[in-house]
Design a binder for this molecule. Sequence first.
Ligand code: HEC
Length: 126
Amino acid sequence: MKRVLSLAFLSFSLLLPACSGDSPTGGDGVSFSAELQPIFDANCGACHPPAGGLDLSPAGSYSSLVSVVSTGYAPSMRVQPGDPYISVLYGKASGESYSGAMPPVNLSALEIETILLWIQEGALDN
Ligand code: HEC
């Protein structure tokens, strides 16, 4: 079932570039500062920092995530640019993998998709 859901997300993401009018960024890709940081601010900031050694505050989130080896799931990266399915951030956010002591976060399908796309697009500091 979880695999089916991933495939559904994936096919949805392949369709997204076709509907640029619906994208908050006008089809130019997912913006870290305008689209991911607000997700972190609303859902993660109460615990990060300091939980898991991860800082998801506006000042620290990008440098704490991208190409940084995970504290709890080494040698996996928190974010492996281009590959959401091995990135701890995506696994935790979607609930699909890397489950541990962290309570589940109930992000919407759109929020999870936003994180997935941003990683697929190379995890840019944009
Ligand atoms: C209620 C507190 C809490 C909230 C809210 C929370 N986390 Fe966590 N998180 C933890 C704890 C505790 C850990 C360390 C244990 C573990 O890895 O499960 C953790 C670990 C992580 C890790 C792995 C860090 C590492 O290097 O091993 C990631 C990535 C992560 N959280 C992302 C998020 C994101 C994204 C959100 C918001 C959508 C979020 N967390 C919300 C408590 C929380």
